[in-house]
Ligand binder design. Structure first.
Ligand code: NDP
Length: 313
């Protein structure tokens, strides 16, 4: 078994940036990218808020990061990590082909996934009007001066609605219950915004599109009042989910301290509760969740990890 200085688990902007930095610090680095590498950017269409790239496809941005990490000297393997153990001072990581890899340190960058809804045509119009990231997609021309629907009653949904109201002509928030879960301050801002309307006890049951053969985009949704069963059609160019995220922490839930919401707990900087294990990106970020903040935290984890290894020698 080849010993690494560091194994990075996960391959979004956080994982690849960590790899670029650890490899350039002359640390023998392996990235276990996962079976489906790239994370959330792979399902994002155009990225327009990553400095240095005015407009770039999510998968292309990821591809460039991967190439840069490999050119810096990182080994990459497209497999999931399924187990982490400690043996004689080394971390032993088992991949999904049952192969083991050993390292002096680990950086956890498994990311999170936005929760999605499942209704008729929800997959068909994903990325064709349906999105889960207003900051990433909200400013796209297809949503400007249009009606946009946001689902959810927490702070994420309120934040998405407020952000989208800058571009949309009207924003409708659909809340499945009869109350919001968001903070008072956020609710106040939403209530003060003339463009935003809230509909309680309503859920989406179907999406329909423009049926344009070349580019079939979302055109309307059907909602149902779950108290009266009354259905209604809303013409809208966009449907944004703000129903929370789930961090990919199953791998470490038994070995590392998590926050009550299941995100990895940072003890200081990027350090986790286990000496030698660091974290970065959305798996430990329940606040910002942007590609650029994930990349920045990947750099931080790599620097913390390098310092840790230097002091261990
Ligand atoms: P929350 O868990 O707080 O809220 C999720 C919302 O989505 C709830 O209203 C929930 O409804 C609704 N929901 C969940 N599943 C469905 C579904 N299948 N159909 C319809 N609605 C659904 O998640 P958030 O992401 O909003 O917030 C997570 C944490 O991050 C919170 O602590 C929040 O305060 C924080 N945050 C803070 C921000 C800020 O301060 N700027 C911005 C964003 C988040 P129900 O209530 O019925 O369960």
């Amino acid at each position: 078994m080849e010993n690494q200085d560091v194994i990075i688990i996960g391959s979004g902007p956080a994982g690849y940036t960590a790899g670029i930095y650890t490899a350039r610090a002359n640390l023998k680095s392996l990235i276990l990218e996962g079976k489906n590498p790239g994370g959330q950017l792979m399902t994002t269409t155009t990225v327009e808020n990553f400095p240095g790239h005015e407009s770039i496809d999510g998968f292309e941005l990821i591809d460039r990061m991967k190439t840069q990490a490999e050119k810096a000297g990182c080994k990459t393997v497209q497999l999931d990590a399924i187990k982490i153990e400690k043996h004689m001072g080394y971390f032993i990581v088992t991949d999904s082909m049952e192969k083991t890899h050993s390292a002096r340190s680990i950086i956890l960058a498994m990311g999170a996934y936005p929760n999605k809804l499942n209704f008729t045509n929800s997959d068909k119009y994903w990325n064709k009007g349906i999105s889960s990231c207003a900051v990433c997609d909200g400013a796209l021309p297809m949503f400007r001066k249009q009606t946009i629907v946001v689902v959810g009653g927490g702070d994420s949904a309120m934040e998405e609605a407020l952000f989208l109201s800058r571009f949309a002509s009207k924003v409708v928030i659909l809340v499945r219950s009869d109350k919001l879960r968001a903070s008072k301050a956020m609710i106040k801002k939403v209530e003060a915004n003339d463009k935003i309307k809230i509909r309680y006890n309503n859920e989406v049951i179907e999406a329909t599109g423009t049926k344009d053969l070349d580019n079939d985009l979302l055109e309307s949704i059907i909602i149902i009042d779950n108290k009266t069963n009354e259905k209604k059609k809303i013409h809208c160019a966009g449907l944004f989910y703000g129903i929370g995220h789930t961090p990919n922490t199953q791998l470490v839930s038994n070995i590392i301290d998590l926050k009550p919401n299941k995100y990895i707990k940072k003890i200081s900087g990027s350090k986790t509760s286990i000496d030698g294990i660091f974290t970065c990106g959305d798996v430990s970020d329940d606040n910002y969740r942007q590609a650029i903040t994930a990349a920045a935290s990947g750099c931080e984890a790599a620097i913390d990890c390098s310092r840790y290894l230097e002091n261990k020698v």
